[in-house]
Design a protein around this ligand. Structure first.
Ligand SMILES: Cc1ncc(COP(=O)(O)O)c(C=O)c1O
Length: 394
């Protein structure tokens, strides 16, 4: 089954296979690992490139009480898809129309008195009570109320709650470096969050959920789990820190396999250059293959002459610069590969390089490798029920 996104490449030629059964298993394993707290599965940015609506449905099936998006527009798209569970979003501009968001029972994050006023106005316009979650900046220095403004924000929110305009359902913050065990900011942020919670209590707020941890924090910092953890990357089968999940006894399976067919195979003589700028020149006769994906599809130009793919069960290095639509791999002098043979760009450890291998080769993070796979690449949903013992029970 392919998703309904507008894709510009034929699915046979190249596709991103999304194994939703593996996704569900990852969500369940993470849920088991964190024990007696609720989970929010983060599906922003089209489910980190895996397809937001399918991933949200799979997350619900695997027990996620909460789903998180960055933008209200993403959250509204989930509601339009039929999602009726608890939904939190946290990033919007000053001029956005919040009425439909409030009307759709989406929890809106509020960082400032101005945002609180916008939500209160939206709730008044449609004569309802808006659900808000207050976010405090404990040290990421991105969004969130600065600690110095936090007492006032809590007091204003408590007033708005008493007036029936809002219900403060959550208090939360976000780690800067939970994926670097022992980083000094982690303890500082935990301390600041504890202080922020005390301030909110003093203001009379009694939120349903307090939450701080992302995947890395949820895996490694039991004391940071509070009532809810926000799980993103781990659900997609990518360890926030390589080896971290395994060390914690957690098996995570890759969810996305990016594959393509070889669309050309030809001999290359020693001395011939490959792709724009001839950044690679063959020092011996070899055979090269053409892969029909490029930076227009999210293959980083940084992968040029660095990353590897898998062809015929062996690794083949990228040669020359990655182009907008295609790149060239070295199949080796004795290659017998044919046009139409399968290329695994990344997948699980036993099927080819992983997204993490690509991240390392390109000096980036696994998040970016999967999230940037472009709209031209068809997503093929692989619901692998055979290997999912609980699949039939949902
Ligand atoms: C606010 C917030 N919470 C949670 C997450 C999930 O983080 P991770 O993917 O590291 O689990 C993200 C993702 O960046 C986020 O922005």
């Amino acid at each position: 089954m392919t998703s309904d996104r507008t894709a510009g490449i034929a699915a046979r030629t190249a596709s991103a296979e999304v194994d939703l059964a593996a996704f569900r298993r990852n969500v369940r394993r993470l849920h088991d690992h964190v024990g007696d707290v609720s989970i929010m599965v983060v599906v922003k940015a089209d489910g980190y490139g895996h397809g937001m609506i399918n991933c949200a449905a799979a997350a619900r099936a695997a027990g996620a009480a909460w789903v998180g998006t960055a933008t209200p527009t993403e959250a509204l798209a989930l509601r339009a898809s039929g999602d009726r569970g608890r939904l939190l979003c946290w990033l919007y501009g000053p001029d956005e129309d919040l009425e439909p968001v409030v009307a759709a029972d989406i929890d809106l994050t509020v960082h400032s008195p101005e945002q609180l006023a916008s939500v209160v106005a939206a709730a008044a316009a449609i004569k309802t009570t808006a659900r808000v979650q207050l976010k405090v900046d404990t040290g990421l220095s991105r969004n969130g109320s600065p600690m110095r403004d936090w007492p006032d924000l809590c007091a204003e929110a408590a007033d708005a709650e008493r007036a029936g305009a809002v219900a403060v359902t959550g208090i939360w913050s976000h780690f800067a470096a939970a994926d670097e065990p022992g980083h000094p900011s982690v303890a500082r942020q935990q301390q600041a969050f504890a202080e922020a919670l005390t301030v909110s209590q003093q203001a009379g707020l009694t939120p349903e959920v307090r939450h701080l941890a992302n995947s890395a924090g949820a895996i490694t910092l039991p004391e940071a789990r509070y009532d809810l953890v926000r799980l993103g990357i781990g659900c997609y089968g990518i360890e926030p820190v390589p080896g971290q999940a395994v060390a914690a006894g957690l098996e995570l399976e890759p969810v996305m396999t990016l594959r393509a067919q070889l669309v050309n195979v030809k001999p290359l003589a020693a001395g011939e250059g490959v792709s724009y700028g001839h950044t690679w020149i063959a020092d011996h006769d070899t055979v090269v293959g053409l892969v029909p994906l490029g930076y227009g599809d999210g293959i980083p130009v940084h992968a040029s002459n660095r990353a590897e793919v898998q062809v015929g069960g062996r690794r083949a290095p990228i040669r020359g610069r990655v182009c907008m639509d295609q790149f060239v791999v070295d199949l080796g002098p004795d290659a017998e590969d044919q046009i139409g043979d399968e290329v695994i760009i990344f997948s699980g450890a036993d099927r080819g390089p992983t997204a993490q291998d690509w991240a390392q080769a390109c000096d980036t993070i696994g998040y970016e490798i999967v999230t940037r796979i472009g709209a031209r690449v068809p997503r093929r949903i692989v619901a692998d029920h055979d290997h999912d013992p609980q699949a039939g029970n949902r």
